[in-house]
Design a protein around this ligand. Structure first.
Ligand SMILES: [Zn+2]
Length: 99
């Protein structure tokens, strides 16, 4: 599995790590530092640890590198004006992992 480190990643205290994968073909997409137990609807760029996609660059959308399914769409959060990706609800699987 190809993993490209995200140089924008900041360590988030008290977070747990989710492995996000494509719902269609199970291909690994990214490791993400999630805070709290709220619904997983977005990924802040700075909380993405690494991924199959190069997150040092901003993408208009995140596509599965294997089957090209759209996983998430780039947007700017309203509250804190941060680079983030809004996840397509049915396009991904997530599970807690330890890295
Ligand atoms: Zn896929």
């Amino acid at each position: 599995m190809k993993r490209i480190l995200n140089p924008n990643c900041k360590k988030v205290r008290g977070s747990h790590v989710l492995a996000v994968s494509c719902a269609h073909c199970k291909t690994f997409i990214a490791h993400y530092q999630k805070v709290g137990e709220s619904n997983f609807v977005k990924m802040y760029n700075e909380r993405i640890i690494d991924g199959a996609v190069d997150f040092s660059q901003y993408h208009g959308a995140i596509f599965c590198p294997n089957c090209n399914e759209r996983i998430a769409t780039r947007y700017m959060t309203k509250m804190d004006k941060k680079e983030a990706y809004r996840l397509v609800p049915s396009a991904f699987h997530k599970r807690k992992v330890t890295v």
